[in-house]
Design a protein around this ligand. Structure first.
Ligand code: PLP
Length: 440
């Protein structure tokens, strides 16, 4: 096997930037990206044979830990029966039924129908087309710092890789497309009211991350999501609740489930019109979905006039991984994720405090990150104002000690149920030196 350096140099000759998704290039933290060759439980192994405790978890899907036995077996069994049929399979319905059963609180079923696609980007892109088709309106409202994938309409002031690269949007998006996306500050109901006051009759939908986690974690303020949906409804617009990242990770019914069940206060009694899911729903395979009100979902082809399709949509191997993951993700798994998140976020905070590093702990369920700021950021402008330069030395000190963090301060940390005491101890042991590096 070669070194990470060797693989990176070689990759750059045949792949733009050497990566197939920008944040993987370590652009904001510097250094050589680790080329991974295997992963098991809470650990990943690089091309040099070095093992790291993983807090990226494939950017979310790996809630059970990597290569979870029942998921791997389901994938192997499905693959042995054929990789792709381009026809309907019983598994697709089983997965849709599982989601319907989960994304409900009491009698309130929030996902009446579900359409499977392959990526979160496709899910949000289709949800927008559907909202436009259903309302006959053109405009879309999104929040600065929220990332919904890389379709043209959604790249304005998005978080995640664009935040990491300090890009306001993307070249190649036409001015006409950009003009149809109205970007407003997060957690600001006055801004929501103002945009609807000015453009209300032309707004098809507002799209919002259920809890923002692509500019670091920034939780919605109390009652924000419910009020947002109410304002949209009063104006005849739809609410698209993007749970690609939070769905089936922060709880069995995602972030909406936490609000509906009053785990998060002041959320009960409201329901988005459409949801988007990704990541966990595919258990690490390329699978995502959009779902919600049947009367809206039934406007998709072949029943309705809004077109959407995919050669690999509902791929049987990916569906098998999704079913096995959701079946294994029981209450004990969610309790474990919460406990590990509690322990790690407190320990990181204590280590930073011990070195006098100003920071806030950003939490949304079991998702967390840290902002190098005196007060907790509540929107993208706040997030960008932090002392982001402190993250790179922190990141590299952790990496040197065998802990793989997201290579950007604008990303959430992802724990799994496989993060046992041994894995957590390795992270805790690495913290003092990393906090010293951040303080320097
Ligand atoms: N929506 C949210 C909230 C996300 O976090 C992401 C990806 O990180 C996406 C959409 C896009 O998903 P994908 O990367 O599968 O296209």
């Amino acid at each position: 096997m070669g070194t990470n350096e060797h693989y990176f140099t070689r990759a750059k000759l045949s792949i733009p930037g050497g990566v197939n998704s920008p944040v993987r290039a370590y652009g904001s933290v510097g250094g050589t990206p680790r080329f991974l060759v295997s992963a098991r439980g809470a650990y990943v192994t690089d091309a040099e044979g070095r093992e790291y405790v993983d807090l990226v978890s494939s950017w979310g899907p790996a809630i059970l830990g990597h290569a979870y036995p029942s998921v791997v077996k389901a994938v192997q069994d499905a693959a042995a029966k054929g990789l792709s049929f381009g026809a309907s399979t019983p598994g697709e319905t089983e997965l849709a039924e599982l989601v319907r059963e989960r994304v409900r609180v009491g009698d309130q079923c929030a996902v009446e129908k579900l359409r499977l696609v392959s990526t979160g980007t496709e899910a949000t892109m289709t949800a927008i087309r559907l909202a436009r088709g259903a309302t006959g309106r053109d405009l879309l409202v999104k929040f600065a710092g929220h990332y919904h994938g890389h379709s043209d309409a959604l790249l304005a002031e998005a978080g995640s890789g664009l935040a990491t690269l300090a890009m306001p949007g993307s070249a190649g998006v036409t001015a006409a497309t950009a003009a149809q996306t109205l970007v407003i500050p997060y957690n600001d109901l006055a801004a929501v009211r103002a945009v609807f006051a000015e453009h209300g009759p032309n707004i098809a939908a507002v799209i919002v991350e259920a809890a923002a986690a692509n500019m670091g974690v920034v939780a919605p303020e109390r009652g924000f999501n419910r009020a947002l949906a109410a304002i949209a409804r009063e104006n005849g617009a739809l609410t698209i609740f993007d749970e690609v990242l939070t769905g089936f990770r922060v709880g069995p019914a995602g972030w909406w489930g936490l609000e509906a069940a009053r785990v998060v206060p002041d959320g009960a009694g409201w329901q988005p019109d459409l949801f988007t899911f990704g990541k966990v729903i595919g258990g690490g395979m390329p699978l995502a979905a959009l779902g919600g009100r049947a009367d809206i979902m039934d406007r998709l082809a072949p029943l309705g006039p809004v077109y959407q399709a995919g050669t690999l949509s509902g791929n049987p191997v990916a569906v098998a991984a999704g079913i096995a993951t959701l079946r294994a993700a029981d209450a004990a798994v969610y309790a474990k994720l919460d406990a590990v998140a509690d322990r790690l976020s407190a320990a990181v905070s204590a280590a930073l405090a011990a070195q006098g590093v100003e920071h806030t702990v950003q939490r949304a369920g079991n998702l967390f990150s840290f902002a190098f700021a005196a007060t907790a950021p509540r929107n993208y402008a706040d997030v960008k104002a932090q002392q982001a330069f402190r993250y790179a030395p922190f990141f590299h000190a952790m990496l040197d000690a065998g802990v793989s963090l997201p290579p950007s301060v604008f990303e959430a940390w992802f724990v799994s149920a496989a993060h046992d005491d041994a894995a957590v101890s390795r992270i805790l042991d690495a913290l003092p030196a990393a906090a010293r590096a951040a303080a320097a």
